[in-house]
Design a protein around this ligand. Structure first.
Ligand code: FA5
Ligand code: MG
Length: 421
C-alpha cells in the first residue's frame, strides 16, 4: 500500500538483504514486508520530516559544540547498514545472554548470528573503537512490537555519544587538575558505577542533561515542559529517560545515561568516561509537527510530503493533518494452541506480526479485548480487535472483509490457533 514493490528477497535457504545473502536457520523471522523497508532510509530523503528533524539536530550540535580547531565537535553518521551481528546489538552492550530483549518474538533475525538492529546503540562500540570522541548516528531500527499510533516495526533513532578525558571534564572546575575520573575500591550505588568518582559522574550527568535539555529547547522552543525519569539499561549507569509534555500527556522521547565503563574499556577508551543517548526521531517529529499516526511517515501521498518541503530547515512547518478517513473494525477470536504462553508457544507478537504482514498499513491498531480460560478443558481463548483505516482513502467493508478472512485463515494455518468465527 505504500507503492513500493518488495523484492522477492526471502528464498528457501537464504535471505537477501542489501545485496548480501544470509543463510536461513531456525531463528530466521524477518518478513518480506519488513525487508521491503530496508534501504528506504527515510532519514536520508531530503525534505522528509525525519530528515528535517535529523538536519535540525545536526545544525544544533554543529553550531553549539565546536572543537579545539574550530571544527564541529560531533561527527555525524547516517549510512551504517542496519544489518548487524547479534554480538553488536546485544553482547557489545553487556546485555546478558538470557535478557528478555533478545527474544525472537521481539526482534527481526536474519539468522542466529545476524539481525536487523533493534537500536542504534549497536554501533557504539565500533565507533568509539575507531577513535571518535563525540558522534551522532542516525538510522532505521527494527522491532517486533505492539500495533498502535505510536508504534511501528520500523522506526528511526539518533544516537549520541560524548567521551571526556580527565582534562576535558574538569577543565572548567577550579583546581580541576586535582580531581580524577576514576577511584579505586569504590562501590556501585544507584548513582554511580564502582570505578567512577562521584564528582566525575555528577559533572557528566549534568553535561548530558544540559545537552539534551538545550536540544529539545531548540527543537520545541523554550517553553517545552520536560521531566527526567530514572530507568535501567544494561549499558549505562545511572540511566534516565526524558519525557516531553504532549497533548496533556507525558511522552517518552529518549533514553540515556553514563556509559558502562566496560563498554568503553572494550572499545579501547579506558582512560575516558562517556555519556550516551538514543532518541526516537518519529516521536520527536510527531510532537513537533503534530503528526497523528506513525504510519504517515511511510506515506508517499503528495499532500503529506509537500508540507515539509521548505527552503530553510529552520522555517516553521504548519502541518495540516490530512482528513482522517473512517475506520472499520473487526474482531477475531480463537483458541490458543495447548501450552501457549509458557515460553516457546504462541506469543502476542506472533499474532501482531501476522496481522502486519497481511494487513500492512491498513491496520491502525490491534488490541487484545478479551481473554479467558475454559473452566473444564483449561483451554485459553483470546479475542483481538483490529482497527482498519487507510491513510489516503475510505476503505470498503468488502476489502476489509477479504483481508480479515485471510488473517483468520493464516492464523489457523501458521499459528496453530483454532478459530471461533
Ligand atoms: C533504546 O533503544 C536505547 N538504545 C536508548 C539508549 C541509548 C539508552 C544510549 C542509553 C544510552 P528504548 O527502547 O527506550 O531505548 O528506545 C529509545 C527511544 O526510541 C524511545 O524513547 C522512543 O522515543 C523510541 N522508540 C522506542 N520504541 C519505539 C517504537 N516502537 N516506535 C517508535 N519509537 C520508538
Ligand atoms: Mg524506553
Amino acid at each position: 500500500t505504500d507503492g513500493h514493490t518488495p523484492q522477492p528477497a526471502i528464498g528457501r535457504d537464504s535471505v537477501e538483504v542489501l545485496g548480501h545473502s544470509y543463510p536461513r536457520d531456525d531463528f530466521t523471522n524477518v518478513t518480506p514486508k519488513i525487508l521491503a523497508k530496508v534501504g528506504r532510509n527515510l532519514h536520508n530523503q531530503p525534505h522528509h520530516p525525519l530528515w528535517l528533524i535529523k538536519e535540525r539536530i545536526k545544525a544544533h550540535f554543529y553550531s553549539s559544540y565546536i572543537g579545539r580547531w574550530g571544527n564541529p565537535l560531533f561527527s555525524v553518521h547516517d549510512n551504517l547498514s542496519p544489518v548487524v551481528t547479534v554480538e553488536q546489538n546485544f553482547d557489545s552492550l553487556l546485555i546478558p545472554p538470557d535478557h528478555p530483549s533478545r527474544k525472537r518474538g521481539d526482534n527481526y533475525y536474519l539468522n542466529r548470528s545476524t539481525m536487523l538492529r533493534a537500536h542504534t546503540s549497536a554501533h557504539q562500540r565500533e565507533l568509539v573503537r575507531s577513535g571518535l570522541d563525540a558522534f551522532l548516528l542516525a538510522g532505521d531500527v527494527y522491532r517486533r512490537d505492539e500495533i498502535d499510533a505510536s508504534h511501528y516495526p520500523v522506526f528511526h533513532q539518533m544516537e549520541g555519544v560524548r567521551l571526556f578525558s580527565n582534562h576535558e571534564l574538569f577543565s572548567e572546575v577550579r583546581s580541576g587538575d586535582l580531581l580524577s575520573l576514576f577511584e579505586r575500591g569504590g562501590r556501585r550505588t544507584p548513582g554511580k558505577q564502582e570505578t567512577h568518582s562521584l564528582e566525575a559522574v555528577k559533572l557528566l550527568e549534568f553535561n548530558l542533561k544540559q545537552t539534551l535539555t538545550r536540544l529539545v529547547a531548540q527543537l520545541f522552543g523554550e517553553d517545552v515542559e520536560i521531566r527526567w525519569v530514572d530507568c535501567y539499561f544494561p549499558f549505562t549507569h545511572p540511566s534516565f529517560e526524558m519525557e516531553v509534555r504532549f497533548q496533556g500527556d507525558w511522552m517518552e522521547v529518549l533514553g540515556c545515561g553514563v556509559m558502562e565503563q566496560e563498554v568503553l574499556n572494550s572499545a579501547g577508551a579506558d582512560n575516558k568516561l562517556g555519556w550516551a543517548f538514543g532518541l526516537g526521531l518519529e516521536r520527536l517529529a510527531m510532537v513537533l509537527f503534530g503528526i497523528p499516526d506513525i504510519r504517515l511517515f511511510w506515506s508517499q501521498d503528495e499532500r503529506f510530503i509537500k508540507q515539509f518541503r521548505v527552503q530553510d530547515i529552520h522555517q516553521p512547518i504548519d502541518f495540516q493533518p490530512l482528513s482522517k478517513y473512517p475506520p472499520l473494525h473487526n474482531d477475531i477470536s480463537f483458541w490458543l494452541p495447548d501450552g501457549a504462553g509458557e515460553g516457546e508457544g504462541f506469543v502476542d507478537n506472533d499474532f501482531y506480526e501476522l496481522v502486519r504482514s497481511i494487513g500492512g498499513d491498513l491496520v491502525e491498531k490491534v488490541t487484545l479485548v478479551d481473554e479467558f480460560t475454559h473452566p473444564k478443558t483449561g483451554r485459553r481463548s483470546q479475542c483481538y480487535r483490529i482497527i482498519y483505516r487507510h491513510m489516503e482513502r475510505t476503505l470498503t467493508q468488502q476489502e476489509v472483509r477479504l483481508v480479515h478472512e485471510q488473517i483468520e485463515r493464516t492464523a489457523e494455518s501458521e499459528l496453530g490457533v483454532q478459530g471461533r468465527y
